[in-house]
Design a protein around this ligand. Structure first.
Ligand code: ADP
Ligand code: MG
Length: 530
């Protein structure tokens, strides 16, 4: 007899973060974060392959980063749906499991699977079945490929994505559902590796309905807690060098009677772990101690210990220039939305790195008021996604697509410039970044083109995106997102055949491209998957 798996009727809210992930469900009138990793509410987004059968995910995997870096992967969100510098998607073989290789989507699926299983183990009484439907959070600047790869990862983990939601919108929902709604709010999200700032307008539209409109977004691609850790490592290493005359960061120079690069690399990793702990301690206290017995052995066999103290003002001085970058991004976002500091009613802190006191001090000084702190920066995104998920409905029949009807209206902006390649390798814009996508219908824009040569029977349409305005498709920052071929165009003189290209962008910022020619042949975009 075949068994049928019982699915939970909840739609889960999932924050699939670069450093940490979380899962929540809206239950008994509030978003509840579910325990996932041995009693903890957040799961480090780290995967470590132990042997042919065992894959560790979370805290256990994280502690293997030092011991077994070749079989351990962190920050996979940076790679998902992207091509590396070599033009190929990220792909990894683990020495502990040589028979196959893994894509960034596969690694993300491991994290999602662990979230789901962890939630099931800790909260079966609430879930009443295996999680199946999910709302997954994505950064505001994720492109088509990154979104589709995220959806694929969810599928591999046995989940169906009812909707994607941008992280700042999720945070705004978590905040605004409990508070006075009619406000202009600023979401300041400083995580492990990236900084994002978003401005949102929240309006109540009557009877439990609210609308969320993104007024602007900005960010710094590489700015976060990892950089703060590095600053602490630099301070510690300088102090260590004073006593030992060994520079931990210099792998090339022969130092201390011949310290091997391997020993130095191990020392760096040990220091990285301790630096992060010290950083978190400095969020609470004025001083932190870093002690690493036998940090390394020099060429003469002498063992060097590290024992240094670092105080908060020293740390603040080191990270101030970094925080200034976030401040500038905040200013750019406010200016681009044609707002002023006075228009912002609330500053909402998101991400573990907003626990750093200097972040709060800087924002208080900048806005003349304290950021809102009555909310957990580590789990607010998952909570908001769960609250949004609760406004969507799932069908009784698991084979039917869930409905995207919601009492929460999210007006969105186009996140990237979208266009095609035309003559002389020019980037021809069809939908511009910053345009508003209406809440109920996709944004659709068309342009007409014509054949370039006499008797041209085929045209290749290549679709590109870029975050800034670009003239040529070969410029830096321009990415190809797909292409298709129109064939069987009847031979005619050059320019006689007209081709209309239509770009359609839905609420999730997902793109569809259609082409139609005056003689009736056409085509549609097939997304080149990476
Ligand atoms: P992401 O969104 O990238 O997954 P998180 O929001 O989970 O990241 O933030 C992770 C970062 O927050 C890490 O760099 C971590 O060290 C930092 N962090 C967590 N707690 C604290 C704390 N108490 N003080 C300072 N930094 C912290
Ligand atoms: Mg985050």
């Amino acid at each position: 007899m075949a068994l049928i798996e019982k699915y939970s009727t909840y739609i889960f809210g999932i924050d699939l973060g670069t450093s940490n992930s979380a899962i929540a469900v809206y239950h008994k009138g509030r978003a509840e974060i579910l325990k996932v990793d041995d009693g903890r509410y957040t799961l480090p987004s780290v995967v470590s392959v132990l042997d042919v059968e065992t894959t560790l995910v979370g805290k256990q995997a994280r502690s293997r980063m030092l011991v077994d870096p070749n079989n351990t992967v962190a920050s996979i969100k940076r790679e998902i749906g992207k091509l590396g510098e070599d033009g190929k998607p990220w792909n990894k073989e683990f020495p502990n499991r040589p028979e196959r290789s893994y894509s960034a989507t596969d690694i993300s699926a491991f994290i999602l699977t662990k979230l789901v299983m962890g939630a099931q183990q800790s909260s079966m009484d609430i879930l009443q079945g295996t999680p199946r439907y999910a709302v997954i959070c994505i950064p505001a600047n994720f492109d088509d490929n990154q979104k589709n790869a995220t959806i694929d990862a969810a599928k591999l983990a046995g989940l169906e994505v009812v909707s994607l939601i941008e992280e700042p919108v999720a945070a705004a929902i978590a905040y605004a559902l409990e508070k006075d709604r009619d406000q202009t709010i600023l979401i300041y999200d400083l995580g492990g590796g990236t900084f994002d700032v978003s401005l949102l307008r929240v309006d109540s539209t009557g009877e439990g309905l609210a609308s969320f409109k993104i007024l602007g977004k900005e960010g710094v691609q590489k700015l976060g807690g990892d950089d703060f850790d590095l600053e602490i490592m630099k301070i510690a290493s300088a102090k260590f060098q004073e006593s030992s005359e060994i520079d931990i960061f210099d792998l090339k120079k022969d130092q201390g009677g011949g310290v091997s690069p391997k020993a130095l690399r191990e020392a760096q990793q040990k220091l990285k772990e301790k630096a992060e702990i010290a950083k978190c301690e400095l969020s609470q206290s004025q001083k932190a101690l870093i002690e690493i017995p036998s940090l390394l052995k020099d060429g003469d066999g002498k063992v060097h210990n590290l024992e240094i103290e670092i105080d908060r003002s020293e740390f603040n001085d080191a990270i101030r220039p970094l925080l200034l970058q976030s401040k500038e991004a905040v200013e750019r976002a406010i200016a681009a939305a044609k707002l002023t500091i006075e228009d912002i009613s609330r500053i909402i802190l998101v991400g573990g790195s907003t626990r750093v006191p200097l972040v709060r001090e800087m924002l208080t000084e900048m806005f003349g008021k304290e950021p809102y702190s009555d909310i957990d920066p580590d789990t607010v995104v998952a909570a908001g996604a769960a609250s949004f998920a609760a406004t969507l409905s799932v069908p009784d029949d698991p084979d039917v697509q869930p409905q995207l009807d919601s009492s929460l209206v999210i007006d969105n902006l186009v996140t990237l410039n979208l266009g095609i390649e035309v003559r002389d390798r020019r980037f021809n814009l069809i939908i511009a970044k910053g345009l508003e996508i209406p809440a109920d219908v996709p944004l659709s824009m068309s342009k007409e083109y014509s054949t370039q040569r006499d008797n041209q029977t085929e045209i290749r349409i290549t679709v590109y995106q870029s975050s800034d305005t670009k003239e040529f498709i070969y410029e830096e920052g321009v990415t190809c997102i797909g292409e298709f071929l129109i064939t069987k165009i009847p031979p005619k003189p050059k320019g006689a055949e007209k081709i209309t290209i239509t770009f359609e962008l839905d609420q999730q910022n997902l793109l569809k491209v259609k082409a139609e020619s005056s003689s009736g042949v056409g085509g549609a975009l097939e997304i080149k998957r990476s």
